[in-house]
Write a protein that binds this ligand. Sequence first.
Ligand code: SF4
Length: 433
Amino acid sequence: MKLSFIIPSWHYFDDPFKLQPYWELYYATILREQLAERATIDLIDLRGKSKNIKDFSNELQNIEESDYYLYWVMKTGDAKEVYSIVDFLKSKFPKSKHIAGGTHIDMLPEECTEKFDTILVGPAEKNFKEAIMNNHKKLVGSYSTETFENTPFPDRGLLPAKSLFSKEMFKQYGDYNATMVYFSRGCFYKCAYCVYNVPNKLQSKSPKMILNEIEYLKKNFKTEAILLKDEIALNPNKKIFHPQMDAIGNSNILWRGQTTSVGSKEQLKIAKETGCLELSVGIETVDNDVMKIINKTWQSDKIIANFINNAKEIGIKVKICLIFGLPGEPKNIVEKTIKFIETYKPDYVSLSGFCPIPGSPIFKNPEKYGIEFIDKDWDKHAHLLFRFSDQEEVGLPFRYKKQSHLGNQFSRDQIAGNIKQVQRWLSTQSMTY
Ligand code: SF4
């Protein structure tokens, strides 16, 4: 039996090789162990191909026949492309079966049932194999039994090393060979714009697996630095945090990651001792009222300021991630944001446009947030606007009511104008990368 995992082009990224297809590698590794000699498995990496349509269609033509094509669709922005790949392969290889899991499938199971032969909702450590061995239309995994704690780390030998390791990922810190890892998955918060809090708890890797993975990366790929893609790299549970940090610290590797603004000074000190160079925090807005509307009530401008100050004192660089176009934004959001940045001086800032992601509380209940229209063309569901050029404008696929219970709201053009203005200002401050 022949299986092929398809990695989409990630057409919304300027450089799709700055990140790695972790989940495709992860599930391919697990499947290879489970199916052993019963199957061969390869990965078809289409990253970067769709910018050049000719190359992309050649690339699709070059795909060989497999019994099963597998997909892990994390972002809705990939959905249309993946659907078209499925259509293309089904017409070329009518006997082929197409199995998909990932956040987009979790959030839109009805739509995805129409597109794939089998959909996998939730974790798929058991269900990819089950879907291959037996015919199912839909399988639902359980996070209570699939805990992520001791599952294998992805085999980075499944793709060419040059596509999985990059010196670009840490270029602001030096010439380090780096790749991406997850030492936990999920998040226990419920921000109204988010779908990446699945499961709605933190499932953490055991310290032993962390140590093993880093040793493997260092020994086999001369890895010098890792990017923790965990939603919350500084685990608030001390019983998990300390052994995890010990494992990273004992591995003698540099790292950066993302976390929340409630990370404590003690945690930051320990992170620094274990090789942490930078933490990015998804603060999203500097306006306390907007934080309440998007259910980020555990955060405030004071908490953010405290986090930035602590990190700077300890010597960890801070990147803050902001979203413009959130519901209830005040008219002076541009001035307010610039003033906040000038006052607290984070090292880097990443600014995105708001995208009502399918499955998020805002998408499910747009009236509550003053939204009158959401575009269902998933290709328009991107959030990176005007970072590297004024042409980079895909995003903001929705419209607010002019007047709502949240007050006077911005039009799409006004939000785009605000983003452009602040992106330009940030690049003059050398705060983006
Ligand atoms: S935005 Fe971040 S903190 Fe909020 S729910 Fe999502 S993953 Fe958790």
